[in-house]
Ligand binder design. Structure first.
Ligand code: 8YV
Length: 317
């Protein structure tokens, strides 16, 4: 199929993998915002005809962009997190929003477990130890046992629940922080993030981004986690007070942190790279081929459903 003069005009703030770009190019008249030398001029020229935005979890769609598109009907998000999308502006104009939940739960949960293992068993440091030849001069320092710990999960939605299931294989005791207890969960509920941090050995953050959770992991939470406590973040950088975290890591008032998300990605605070008690990954929770293919297909199914006048596959409330 090849896009025609009547194909819906779709704005893309950033690229999708090629296996998605080809069918998108065939079905729609694509406007590739990230390639525009002058973003404002590009939006002024093409904005009046744009009917949908196909964005990503890390790029979103702010109020200014939405306001510049008078015919906008749909924002389809490649990702589950919609904190970068001005949902209030969408609701005010009746603009539909879709995302890609569930298909990425397993990958993000796997990375949370993998980061916990990498952090506490110091797997990156072990790799460097062998490669450097240091092993010839003695053994690597001892690390920290992972199994049998208290795992605290901040945010107990579909990804948090998947993480809890993963750690049931590690003989772990699981506690969780959420606004309300999950009645069907066997795990201990904490209504206070400070109380969960005080209780657990490893605090794993899977809260949604946005104003309601901005900086929620603050100096008080980190103090409660304590010098033998560990932090893992696979949610959004905005959930953590990064100044407080860097202070805690540099002073070793927490044992260490494994971070997949940061403020100001990809230009993160240089202080992280100077630390030896962190493991850092580049916002890659959903970063497997299988999951990204599933996410792209879901975005395209939502676009097709919308333009066919049908209900969205995965609407955002
Ligand atoms: C996105 C994410 O896949 O799902 C989200 O909200 O943050 C990621 O998993 C990524 O931003 C896509 O580029």
């Amino acid at each position: 199929m090849t896009a025609t003069a009547t194909s819906p005009h779709v704005l893309m703030p950033g690229a999708y993998p090629e296996w998605d770009m080809a069918p998108m190019q065939a079905a729609y008249t694509l406007h590739r915002l990230w390639e525009a030398p002058d973003r404002q001029a590009f939006i002024a020229a093409h904005g009046p005809g744009i009917r949908a935005i196909a964005t990503r979890g890390d790029l979103g769609a702010d109020a200014e962009l939405i306001a510049a598109l008078p015919k906008l009907e749909l924002i389809a998000c490649y990702g589950v997190g919609t904190d970068g999308i001005d949902l209030a502006a969408c609701r005010a104009r009746g603009i539909r929003v879709s995302n890609t939940p569930d298909v990425l739960n397993g990958d993000v949960a796997d990375l949370a477990v993998g980061l916990t293992l990498a952090l506490q068993r110091r797997i990156p440091a072990g790799d460097a130890f062998v490669r450097s030849g240091a092993w010839a001069h003695g053994g690597m320092p001892l690390t920290t046992r992972v199994f049998g710990q208290r795992i605290g999960i901040a945010g107990f939605g579909r990804i948090g629940g998947t993480i809890a299931r993963r750690f049931s294989g590690f003989d772990a005791e699981v506690g969780y922080f959420s606004r309300t207890p999950k009645p069907d969960s066997p795990h201990r509920h904490f209504g206070s993030l400070v109380a969960l941090a005080d209780w657990c050995d490893v605090l794993i953050v899977v809260l949604p981004g946005g104003d309601a959770t901005r900086g929620i992991v603050d100096a008080q939470v980190l103090q409660a986690l304590g010098p033998k406590g560990w932090l893992v973040n696979v949610s959004r950088g905005s959930t953590i007070d990064e100044g407080a975290l860097l202070q805690a890591l540099e002073s070793r008032s927490i044992a260490g942190a494994a971070l997949d998300v940061f403020l100001n990605e990809p230009h993160i605070d240089a202080r992280f790279a100077a630390l030896d008690n962190v493991v850092l990954t580049p916002h890659h929770g959903s970063g497997t081929e299988q999951t990204r293919r599933a996410m792209g297909e879901l975005v395209r199914r939502n676009l097709a459903a919308h333009f066919a006048g049908q209900p969205l596959i995965t609407p955002v409330a």
